[in-house]
Ligand binder design. Structure first.
Ligand SMILES: [Zn+2]
Ligand SMILES: [Zn+2]
Length: 304
């Protein structure tokens, strides 16, 4: 029997992590306030539940303090060139489970038929050994996040969906890997727009606390790093005239689209009291979806 997307949000099964439970409650609240976001919220909820359902096997990173300093000084993300021993069987299984969750939640919505068939086709491709998730994960950490999309295209699969599922597969692992190196990189300068740990672009920025410190947050490993107010993460311009911002009248003080006239990219910044948890990053990304629309309407785009 088809289920309603909202029922996915109201799933009473308790997740293992309290930050996931909190994020799920926020997603349910968000979709009550914004009925147009119900389907996306249900999708996020399903992905969060599967992604964080257990403790993943986390490969360990062995970096000497000196290596950490040298890499960061050279603008090299810490995981670059580090052989991470991923558990291939676990990755494959988790990828398949995420595809199943996506197909399930898409099957309960009016507009999800393409997503459902896309997710089912991805699942099949992994099951048949045509998509090597361990190799693709290794590529991502090596600084080549586009191989998954290329490989999916070769197989006539939905490339964007393939990349999204890989990101959710890796998130709970890379979150822990980022924590392993957090202490070592503490207080070391990093003036790039990409993540100092994994090299991915930020998902959003926080203006945190009373000081409103501007911190970028990684969309792949959830690491954070401070940046200057007058700085574009994507082209690194520090020219005052290049940097601007857009906002929705009702939320001006709390949420902004930061824009760059030089590369025409944007990122979203939100005011927070304390650090957003990893699951909350994705709730906030969805809660500020209207800002993406404002940016895209003005022809600003994501990097790449
Ligand atoms: Zn990262
Ligand atoms: Zn720029």
């Amino acid at each position: 029997m088809p289920t309603n997307p909202l029922s996915k949000l109201l799933d009473r099964r308790k997740p293992t992590r309290s930050d996931v439970e909190q994020a799920l409650a926020q997603l349910a609240q968000l979709s009550e306030q914004h009925p147009d976001l119900v389907e996306l919220a249900a999708t996020h909820a399903a992905l969060l539940r599967v992604s964080f359902r257990d403790t993943p096997p986390v490969p360990s990173v062995s970096l000497e303090l000196q290596q950490v300093a040298t890499k960061l000084q050279g603008g090299v993300p810490l995981l670059r060139g580090e052989p991470l021993a991923f558990d291939g069987a676990w990755l494959r299984e988790r990828y398949v489970q995420l595809c199943e969750a996506l197909a399930d939640v898409a099957g309960s919505s009016n507009t999800g038929s393409a997503t459902r068939s896309g997710a089912q086709a991805l699942r099949q491709a992994v099951k048949r050994g045509m998509l090597d998730i361990q190799a693709l994960a290794t590529n991502v950490v090596a600084g080549d996040p586009y191989t998954v999309a290329q490989r999916a295209e070769q197989l006539e699969l939905d490339s964007q969906l393939a990349a999204t599922v890989l990101r959710w597969t890796l998130l709970p692992i890379l979150e822990q890997v980022a924590k392993q190196v957090e202490q070592a990189r503490h207080n070391l300068p990093w003036d790039k727009g990409y993540c100092p740990v994994c090299g991915a672009w930020p998902i959003l920025a926080e203006r945190r606390g009373l000081e409103q410190t501007l911190l970028l947050r990684c969309g792949l490993c959830a690491a954070e790093w401070p940046i200057d107010n007058i700085f574009c993460p994507f082209c690194s311009t520090r020219t005052h005239f290049d940097i601007g911002y857009l906002y929705d009248e009702s939320q001006e003080a709390n949420q902004r689209v930061m824009t760059c006239e030089r590369c025409h990219c944007y990122y979203k910044s939100v005011r927070t009291l304390a650090a957003l948890t990893t699951p909350q990053l994705f709730v906030m990304d969805l809660a500020t979806f209207h800002l993406d629309l404002i940016a895209l309407e003005r022809t600003y785009g994501p990097p790449g």
